[in-house]
Design a protein around this ligand. Structure first.
Ligand code: GLN
Length: 194
């Protein structure tokens, strides 16, 4: 299975190395439409959602990604990636765009500023207890009826799933634990409708 990691900005290298540790996965950096057309799944990394969205316009991949999300491509977004998958955002920058697809409203920088970054143990439905690394993280403020909340922290959803889409406020790619990436590959990519 060929999994693309959007490599415009952010911690895409960490996602690539986590994914490439999983059997049967070939993870490749992608930033052109032709590359995005050739993948079976996509990961949107952590970083800065405003910058990633702007670069996606500059590299002319914004509409390609949006279209592939709509047509059922399995996509996992961590942190900035969660924001980019949100249908609505709060506290976004003026005119900030998202690819959308997930019927959620997320709040940017909801847990505070860079200095308020933290780690905590979270209970992830389908995985169990894992360590969550939160860096200027968003939380999920509202979820639509077809969204499943997989984990919460400090009383707010921080991991959600809707069909082929998975998003977490935290960064499993910054830990040695491959559980969330494995969950994405096994429970979403391998069962996705083509
Ligand atoms: N605060 C960042 C944003 O709005 C997300 C931070 C992150 O990905 N660690 O995009």
């Amino acid at each position: 299975m060929r999994v693309g990691v959007l490599a415009l900005q952010g911690d895409f290298r960490e996602h690539l190395s986590a994914l490439n540790s999983l059997p049967g996965v070939v993870a490749v950096p992608v930033k052109r439409s032709e590359e995005i057309d050739q993948i079976d799944a996509l990961v949107l990394p952590g970083g800065e959602s405003t910058t990633i969205a702007k670069l996606a316009r500059i590299f002319d991949v914004f509409e390609t990604i949006k279209k592939r999300i709509k047509s059922g491509l399995p996509v996992y977004g961590s942190c900035a990636g969660l924001i980019l998958l949100s249908n609505q955002i709060l506290d976004g920058a003026e005119g900030q765009e998202t690819f959308g697809g997930l019927d959620i409203t997320s709040r940017r920088n909801a847990f505070g500023r860079q200095v308020d970054s933290f780690e905590c143990q979270i209970d992830f439905n389908g995985i169990g207890k894992i360590n969550g690394v939160f860096i200027r993280a968003p939380w999920v403020e509202e979820v639509g009826p077809s969204v499943e909340v997989l984990a919460s922290a400090h009383g707010h959803p921080v991991a959600v799933r809707q069909g082929n889409l998975l998003a977490t406020s935290f960064h499993p790619e910054l830990t040695a634990d491959l559980a969330v990436h494995r969950y994405f590959v096994e429970n979403i990519c391998k069962v996705a409708k083509r």
